[in-house]
Ligand binder design. Structure first.
Ligand SMILES: [Zn+2]
Length: 52
């Protein structure tokens, strides 16, 4: 049975967040609209390198 640490190493953060928020990739990072705030401009940044 997989544990949380193994799943975190297997699943890419941009894939998980990309299911909820449409992400654009201007460089080595992704930007999208934060689902927790009503702003229309992209204010959510995802860094695949650090998984944050
Ligand atoms: Zn927010």
């Amino acid at each position: 049975m997989p544990n949380c640490a193994a799943i975190k190493q297997t699943v890419r953060i941009e894939d998980v967040i990309g299911r909820v928020v449409s992400l654009k990739r201007p460089g080595h990072w992704f930007v999208g609209r934060c689902p927790f705030h009503p702003y229309s401009h992209p204010n959510l940044v995802v860094w695949p390198k650090t998984g944050t």
